[in-house]
Design a protein around this ligand. Structure first.
Ligand code: TTP
Length: 195
């Protein structure tokens, strides 16, 4: 019987996958998240999602029954990749740069088995109201932004910054569930639907 593994340390991804009623086993993997020179944001997120799935598969040896899911989420502003803020100052600068305008959130999901691998990338647009430095600093102090791409969590306190979202809410949180369900079906893994 096929077993689905989630190669992710993200609690959001665990919750999102559980939401669509798929049994899975969590795996911890680590991949280098440095962008390659001249790599586009779309190429970057897909490469990382595939790398996370491949790294997970490698830890399982040659298990013919395993399918591994990896994903990556990146915030893109003016073509620039915004990663996770490393400091309070960086987070304040990031949130102020996102304030009063729209940015793109790219999330890729990849499934890999010994036989083959597939990936899908979803682009969403998020519009923020202006965010001043005092509020951005206070938001950093909540502890929420540190492990989030772009320094914010739409599902958390940062919801107060979000004027609009065009695209996939689950993708912004970390896993595009519509596309994930489609890929799972391709790999013969049922979600909540009757078998
Ligand atoms: C924009 C945004 C990102 N995020 C999160 C999703 C991801 O967990 C994180 C982006 O970092 P990722 O590198 O995609 O994922 P991760 O390091 O948390 O987990 P792993 O690589 O082990 O799967 O930012 C939110 O939770 N809410 C948001 O609104």
């Amino acid at each position: 019987m096929t077993t689905l593994y989630l190669a992710s340390g993200s609690p959001r991804r665990r919750e999102l996958l559980a939401q669509i009623g798929v049994p899975f086993v969590s795996l911890m993997t680590s991949v280098d998240e440095t962008p390659l020179p001249d790599e586009t944001p779309a190429a970057y997120v897909e490469r990382l999602a595939r790398a996370k799935a491949a790294a997970g598969l490698a830890t399982l040896g040659a298990d013919e029954q395993a399918v591994v899911l990896g994903a990556d989420t990146t915030v893109v502003l003016d073509g620039r990749i915004l990663g996770k803020p490393a400091s309070r100052e960086e987070c304040i600068a990031m949130l102020q740069s996102l304030g009063g305008r729209e940015h793109e959130v790219l999330t890729a999901v990849a499934l890999a088995s010994v036989q083959h691998s597939e990936a899908r990338t979803v682009s969403s647009r998020v519009g923020f109201r202006p965010v001043d430095a005092v509020e951005a600093g206070a938001y950093w102090d909540t502890g929420e932004p540190a492990d989030k791409a772009g320094g914010y969590a739409i599902q958390g306190f940062a919801a107060v910054f979000v004027r609009h979202l065009q695209g996939s809410y689950s993708a912004v949180v970390g896993l595009p569930l519509c596309e994930t369900a489609h890929l799972l079906t391709e790999f013969g893994i049922p979600f909540w639907q009757p078998k």
